[in-house]
Design a protein around this ligand. Structure first.
Ligand code: LMR
Length: 394
């Protein structure tokens, strides 16, 4: 029977990790998968996480099962950071823990499928796993352009998509630090989007995977909060994998905004049932560490300081790239105005391959770079290599 399974290609983004690791060149540059790197190229465990993990080792007295909702102390401790003051909006928001942001997106889309949704509207390009999850759930993907040719967020395309939407569609939006373009809606645009969604039957699903890596914790949540304030119902998929540096520990949360506080239990009972059937309950360790950080003011300050250092370094690399300006047909100036770890460069397949084969520079096949992979030591090599391939055919 298993002969009937077709060979699947490895996930292109995750395959890059192995390709890069296998490259013996000492001056190779990894701009592939979205992990933060320091100026020395390392992805260290946060000091606040180390301290919380030590506390767990010392104080955790059982690893007995929780439930499919995971660690609700973690879920609740995070809410003021995600939703701001009045984090439950009068009891209309509640959540559950998920395995990473991917688990939260998966849960959100599986849940709306249960509610009869068949179509997902989504700006493209997007994180490739979004489309993969939509396809795997056998939902229909309806795409619109996320950005204009000039590198701004394309609000008109979203408006057109919403105007054409049907009752019972969902729209999947990136809360901040758009992956893969770094091009976010401005606060004024989010206000417009929130007002449009308030009058539209489409259900917003907001993927907030990089809070704190763009402009700041509150600034990066502006869109999600504006939407939550305006609409009757919304779903939020949250990841702590980047802003707590917990990547492989898979720490995420799923939140639902319901029309009435009385609807929450019913909605989340579906989330619990879906989780039970998929992963039973989420991995505990990373979420428990986050809970300990957020319940200790000193650790919270340490975490926020570490996050600010990451954000500052990302902004510095972006500023350096923006200063380089135009390299052949590639304009790096817009990178200074974008947010988060990612930017998409207008590079063709041959150029991306040449960067990898001739210069040891690894990036996604879409032309997406993780700017955190650049350091004072390698940024010159990167711009020189860009100049070399910019002169070659696309
Ligand atoms: C990325 O886009 O590089 C990250 O979100 C990692 C992942 O899971 O794809």
């Amino acid at each position: 029977m298993l002969d009937r399974l077709d060979q699947q290609p490895p996930d292109a983004l995750l395959a890059l990790i192995k390709l890069h690791d296998a490259d013996p060149r000492g001056d190779k540059i990894d701009l592939g998968v979205g992990v933060y790197r320091t100026g020395q190229g390392a992805t260290p465990v946060f000091g606040a996480i180390k301290a919380a993990e030590q506390k767990l080792v010392d104080e955790q007295d059982t690893k007995a099962y929780l439930g499919p909702e995971g660690d609700m102390g973690f879920v609740h401790a995070l809410m003021p950071y995600v939703f701001g003051s009045d984090p439950t909006r009068g009891g209309r928001i509640e959540g559950m823990q998920t395995p990473g942001g991917t688990g939260a997106v998966r849960l959100a889309l599986a849940l709306v499928k249960r509610a009869g949704v068949t179509r997902v509207l989504m700006g493209t390009p997007s994180w490739p796993n979004h489309a993969q999850i939509v396809r795997d759930l056998e939902l229909e993907l309806v795409t619109f352009a996320h950005a204009t040719d000039e590198g701004a967020a394309n609000l008109d395309a979203l408006k057109d998509a919403l105007a054409d939407a049907r009752d019972g569609d969902v729209v999947l939006l990136h809360g901040c630090c758009h992956n893969p373009t770094g091009i976010d809606y401005t606060p004024a645009q989010w206000d417009e989007i929130a007002a449009l969604l308030a009058e539209n039957p489409v259900l917003p699903v907001i993927d907030l995977a990089y809070q704190g890596l763009g402009q700041g914790m509150d600034e990066d949540a502006y869109g999600a909060r504006a939407v939550v304030d305006a609409v009757p119902e919304a779903l939020i998929a949250y990841s702590c994998d980047k802003n707590f540096g917990l990547y492989r520990d898979r720490v995420g949360a799923f939140y639902t905004l319901a029309k009435d506080a009385g609807d929450i239990d019913r909605i989340l009972s579906n989330g619990h049932a879906l989780a039970r059937a998929a992963w039973s309950m989420p991995p505990d360790h990373g979420a428990a560490a986050v809970r300990l950080i957020l319940s200790d003011p000193k650790l919270t300050t340490n975490w926020l300081d570490e996050l600010e250092q990451m954000r500052t370094r990302i902004r510095q690399v972006r500023a350096r790239l923006a200063e380089a300006g135009r390299i052949g047909s590639i304009d790096l100036a817009p990178l200074g105005k974008q947010n988060g770890m990612f930017a998409t460069l207008p590079l063709g397949k041959a150029q991306i391959e040449a960067l990898r084969d001739e210069h040891g520079i690894y990036m996604a096949g879409s032309g997406r770079i993780n700017v955190a992979g650049l350091t004072t030591d390698n940024i010159g090599k990167f711009t020189a290599a860009l100049a070399a391939v910019a002169a070659e055919t696309v």
